[in-house]
Design a protein around this ligand. Sequence first.
Ligand code: COI
Length: 354
Amino acid sequence: MIDTATIRIEKTAQSRINELDETNIPFGQLYSDHMFMADYVNGEWKDLRITPYQNISISPANTTLHYAITIFEGLKAYRNEAGEIIIFRPQANAQRLNISAERMCIPEVPEDLFMDALTELIKLDSSWVPSAPNTSLYIRPFVFGTDEYIGIRPSQNFRFMIITCPVGAYYSKPVNVKIETKFSRAFEGGTGFAKAGGNYAASLYPARLAQQQGFDQLIWTDGKTHEYVEESGTMNLVFIIDGKLMTAPTSGTILKGITRDSVLTIAKEWGIEVIEKPLAVKEIVEAAKAGRLQEAFGVGTAATIAPIGKIGFEDETFELPSPENWTISKRILDELNAIRTGKKEDTHGWTYKV
Ligand code: COI
């Protein structure tokens, strides 16, 4: 049993909050004053502490440096109209972290430890939650093996950490994506559903090749046939075809996005037809060619709802209608923003007040 009441707090002597310019916040470059840490030793989470944000020291033989025994989460805190701080669906992130943990032989982080750590850290760094439109405090919990051992085995010791950074938009313009039909992100039986560091590392080279061709990101397809659309490098994907909202079902190869779930829930409640089915590349390409692909967007914590500008497939590129005229994604984004900022009642229990 963990005594989460005993989080030791060492406050910074000198806040860096004056480095924050809410009118210009690049993603992931400025970190708030404090961070949370706990260590898993002898089968127990111990030494729960919040310290000034700082570098950490690890052995050159650290197992994670060699074998990527690491998982992470992404969630956001917002400032509502009353100036209070709201975190969006943190319990869902705690649960997903533990789904990833099991796959990577990482011990469970109990939900009360996750929530207490998060609450104390955000309370302490509350001045870092921005209030300008389209800004938030991005929260990055992560767990990694800390064994000093270069043999292959599950780590026995771990660290759980949370760091936070104020952010603006992840994508500041429509994202141009290429449908990837050679490289694979995930396979049945692999780790595609887990938010594991290695999944992202392995995606970088194919994404770089696409970036050299002028795209921003990839649309991954299934590893077996490359005939079905899965997810993008930084977000799940949604397509509006003939007024219907279509997305690939989350499975062993696709991350179970929390923003994705929120978007589908809202759309269903509004009576929009939501179709979760294996989405053939052919179907998307034919709809794009025929002008039936009305909207396409990524959904994720960092990306929020990111309109897609162009889709590349083989030697062709299809341009989507201008996002300014999109109705469904815009309406859903407005609804999510209204819930997060307290302008609309949260009927789903998605908001957590710090
Ligand atoms: C998130 O959306 O929170 C993610 O973890 C994606 C990452 C590429 C920034």
